[in-house]
Design a protein around this ligand. Sequence first.
Ligand code: FE
Ligand code: FE
Length: 190
Amino acid sequence: MQMDYTAEREKIVNKLAQKVKGEKFDHSLGVEQTALALARRYGADREKAGLAGLLHDYTKQMDNVAMAEKYGIPYLTEKTLHGHTAAALLKEKGYVTDEEVLGAIRWHTTGRAGMSLLEKIVFIADYVEPNRDFPGVELARELAFADIDKAVLLVLKTTIGHVVKNKGLIDTDSVEAYNDYRRLFPGEEI
Ligand code: FE
Ligand code: FE
């Protein structure tokens, strides 16, 4: 049975603390809080938002390449793997069985075209949670609560820009996501 966010939050947090240490643990709690706030703002399921927010980085500090092999997950770069491995592991353990929650965890790093509301909420919460501090975070935070689709576009544009600047490989799911959300706001100053 899937872990019950409201009834078992403490147990879930304890499990998380065994796998996710230091700043990443604080970050997970921050994503949980921001996901709950965004769920309230946009009328999404708070149980699902809280659970996905808490557990989205569950495998971040594990051997993701080994897990990708185990679960048969194809990948372009190691960096974007942990959402996919977290969804696979949490599903296998039976901690999370809800496909919407699994989707929000799976796509939190890259995004994808046609994201569900819950997927957008976790994607954005990951970027603007209270521990995040970088130039432009205030604007992203405001936009997150004003128009989540615009916030998604801003985050995709910024993260893809960083990857290009650092001469990395751009995940194709992110490219498809960018095109999908840019299409909604052609020519807009985002
Ligand atoms: Fe992550
Ligand atoms: Fe994260």
